[in-house]
Design a protein around this ligand. Structure first.
Ligand code: ADP
Ligand code: MG
Length: 758
């Protein structure tokens, strides 16, 4: 088979309410000829198929298994990213689907049986008839999927348990109970499907109503390479669909409008609300040259924006896509539970068969119910089937995780999978990169000192010092390090940017400095540590540099053709949010707060004390940062926090990597590299994420305990002959509802409004 014939298809399946359904579809589709890989996610309804198989064949198989295939999502989604989700109330949800509509009908028919037969003890053939009607209405769809799963996917699902139980109950004349079991089970399943879809739909509130059209001012000319709106063709203000926008087109965003695509402001200024992405609704000032993001709401000023991303690649589209994919990633706990359910269901059928046969055969116990209503072992076995339904157990974890990931995203934290949430909850050590993470990452030059500086002239007018800055600026133009940016800005402020030609052959000495050729000279900028090893400088320079470092500044040494030229001193201030965030992290149970930096020890220690770190490791080269992370891992789980730009190896070495986005250009890269991304540069999102992870794990654990506890309690009741079948269904559905709702409370985490169910 050639590579072109192999492809991945995504199909959205509707009507799956329980993890069992997902498993049925997965196994069924995998059995098709040509299919190589297949995965189904219950929460998103997304079915991924790889291999040589047509979409129609897959769709036919899905339908044969009793589910429906949703319309192509791209036709309805403006930015082509959303999965179809059911909106509306529970009643609307029930009414939309034939199977659940039948279950509602069954609910009506079962009322006489419940009132007269079960509660008042009055028997009448008409009542039995109504109950049988209820049984058929609610039960036939269930029996049908039980059969389909059995035949096509060779799976014993919960539906099988329920169908056997109902048929058995009819055999012993308990028609009302049989009807009740099916009605309650069908409604309960629907309720589960509904809660899952609600939890999933909440992520779409991020997009709210994304505009589908934009006001186009100018088209990018076909030859445009800058993508910055400068080579655009003549004005032609018109409304166009956002899908038709090309990179470099210029659009108009009027006051109060929602920005439709990612881009750069080329005219106008305004304050915009970026809450859908950053989770914070305070206004951010946007000037010419600033980036704006699709889905932000424009404030008072009109903006001309040069499109920088196609609509489907905008930050918000990618964010939502990543959140959806994250919701599909099963956390280890969930994987365990799914695995467990797979063996558990057939085991229960076997156990029930043993319970029905062993006591009557070996101990002479009654098989049928006694005349006075004392349940026989057949009835107990049937009840066991109902009790054993693992719905509550299976649903508890995904709902909690989806809810947590959604609510994190709405607050500006992108968590790329349940597994990371689980790891995060176990983190004991958090390691931070310094520049751009603990500090603002916007250092500024505070002193320029050439080796040949004539001490008496003020620095700005000293030719030698200005020359040093100009030379450094020319080299740093080609570097993306935060320090480099500061040096370039300082050089521009003194009007020195044209003194030297642009640097050539520029190489970053990662973690040490940068090297390149400027007009025939080999120029090097770097840390004191690097200069100690590479370029001779006087003890007096060392002393001065140490003094700067002790004061908390970052000295950058400059050399050319092997000799020392001077030092540029920069200051980088800790972020305002750093110390508060670190204090909250300690409160949230993170024991070790560690700084890993390539900067000098003096600056590192000073900033470390200022923000409240417990340990500081300075003068580290990138691979030494990696080793430091490995050493920290010996004390427990380590989260590494960085800007995702120049600390990728250390991020990768940690158990879970966290990138702080929010800086220009940083977010896009951070979104790709890290496990968890802070969509705005506020360190207080870290304690938020930690607390959310703790809450999620607590929720999952208590849900598992409740679900299993209830099962065990009922199991005992059944074996003692005390539990009835319909009580068992009520208990299971109650437990499912309880754990789902409890899982969904995580949706409301970090925001005041409540999630409404009805
Ligand atoms: P951090 O760990 O704080 O993020 P880095 O590892 O990126 O720092 O860099 C360590 C040190 O190397 C800096 O403090 C600086 O002295 C030097 N350095 C690195 N890149 C540059 C550059 N482009 N220009 C000047 N100095 C640099
Ligand atoms: Mg860094």
């Amino acid at each position: 088979m050639t590579a072109t014939e192999e492809h991945e298809q995504i199909i959205y399946v509707q009507g799956m309410d329980c993890a069992d359904c997902a498993r049925t579809v997965e196994k069924g589709v995998r059995g098709l000829a040509g299919v190589e890989g297949c995965s189904v996610h219950i929460a998103t309804g997304r079915l991924r198929v790889t291999g040589r198989v047509s979409r129609e064949e897959v769709a036919r198989c899905v339908r044969a298994l009793g589910y429906t295939v949703a319309a192509e999502p791209d036709e309805s989604g403006a930015a082509g990213v959303r999965a179809p989700t059911q909106e509306g109330t529970f009643w609307q949800f029930l009414w939309q689907r034939p199977a659940t509509r039948l279950a509602l009908l069954g609910g009506l028919l079962i009322v006489p049986g419940l009132v007269f037969d079960e509660l008042l003890g009055i028997k009448h053939p008409l009542i039995d008839l109504a109950s049988i009607g209820a049984l058929l209405a609610a039960g036939l769809p269930i029996a049908r999927s039980a059969w389909q799963a059995l035949v096509y996917s060779r799976l014993i699902t919960i539906n099988v348990l329920m169908t056997i139980a109902a048929v058995g109950a009819v055999m012993i004349g308990a028609t009302t109970e049989a009807g009740m079991v099916m009605v309650l089970f069908a409604l309960g399943e629907a309720l589960e499907g509904y809660t899952a879809s609600r939890a999933r739909a909440s992520i779409h509130s991020l997009m709210q109503v994304m505009p589908t059209s934009a006001t186009l001012l100018r088209r990018a000319s076909a030859a445009c390479t800058c993508g910055d709106g400068c080579c655009t063709t003549a004005p032609a203000a018109q409304s166009v669909p956002i899908e038709s926008l090309q990179v470099g087109d210029v659009i108009l965003v009027r006051p109060g409008e929602q920005i439709p695509v990612d881009g750069r402001v080329i005219a106008g200024e305004s304050a915009v609300n970026q809450a859908p992405i950053t989770g914070e609704s305070s206004l951010v000032e946007k000037l010419v040259g600033d980036e704006v993001f699709a889905s932000s709401i424009n404030g008072q000023g009109a903006l001309d924006v040069a499109v920088s991303q196609l609509a489907q690649d905008s930050t918000i589209s990618r964010l939502i896509r990543m959140v959806e994919e994250a919701q599909e990633q099963r956390a280890p706990t969930q994987r365990f539970i799914d695995q467990f359910a797979q063996y558990y269901t057939p085991a229960v059928v076997l156990l029930a068969a043993l319970i029905a046969t062993i006591p009557p055969l070996l101990l002479g116990q009654p098989f049928w119910n006694a005349a006075d209503g004392t349940p026989g072992w057949f009835y107990r076995a049937l009840t066991l089937l109902v009790v054993a339904c693992p719905c509550a157990l299976v649903i508890s974890t995904p709902v909690s995780i989806i809810s947590a990931i959604s609510s994190a995203a709405r607050n500006g934290v992108l968590i790329k999978g349940g597994a990371y949430l689980e790891t995060l909850s176990r983190v004991r050590t958090m390691a931070f990169d310094k520049t751009g993470t603990l500090t603002t990452g916007k250092p500024s030059v505070i002193r320029v000192r050439s080796a040949t500086c004539t001490d008496d002239a003020p620095e700005e007018t000293c030719t030698a010092c200005n020359d040093l800055l100009a030379l450094a600026g020319s080299l740093e133009q080609r570097s993306d390090h935060p320090l480099a940016h500061a040096i370039v800005v300082a050089s521009q402020q003194r009007g020195l940017q044209d003194r030297y030609p642009a640097a050539e052959d520029v190489t970053a000495l990662v973690g040490s400095g940068v090297r390149g050729r400027v007009g025939g000279q080999q120029v090097i900028l770097g840390s004191h540590r690097y200069f100690d090893a590479a370029i001779l400088h006087s003890p007096q320079v060392c002393a001065e540099v140490h003094q700067d470092a002790a004061a908390g500044y970052t000295p950058v040494l400059v050399g050319a053709d092997g000799s020392y030229l001077g030092t540029i001193t920069l200051a980088d201030t800790p972020r305002a949010s750093s110390s508060a965030a670190l204090a909250q992290l300690k409160q949230a149970g993170i024991e070790h707060l560690v700084m890993l930096t390539g900067d000098n020890d003096g600056t590192a220690q000073r900033i470390g004390t200022e923000v409240g770190l417990t340990e500081v490791y300075a003068d580290l080269l990138p691979d030494e940062k990696v080793q430091a992370v490995h050493r920290l891992k010996q004390r427990g789980r380590v989260a590494m926090v960085g800007d995702g730009i120049n600390d990728a190896p250390a991020l990768a070495a940690a158990d879970v990597s966290i990138a702080i986005g929010g800086q220009a250009g940083g977010t896009a890269q951070a979104m790709e590299t890290a496990d968890i991304v802070m969509m705005r540069d506020d360190l207080r999102l870290l304690p938020f994420a930690i607390r959310l992870s703790h809450a999620t794990m607590r929720t999952i654990h208590s849900n598992v305990v409740v679900a299993l506890g209830l099962k065990l309690a009922f199991l005992v009741l059944v074996l003692l002959g005390l539990g009835t079948m319909w009580m068992a269904v009520v208990a299971d559905m109650g437990a499912s509802l309880l754990v789902s709702l409890y899982g969904m409370h995580l949706l409301a985490w970090g925001r005041p409004e409540r999630v409404t169910m009805y």
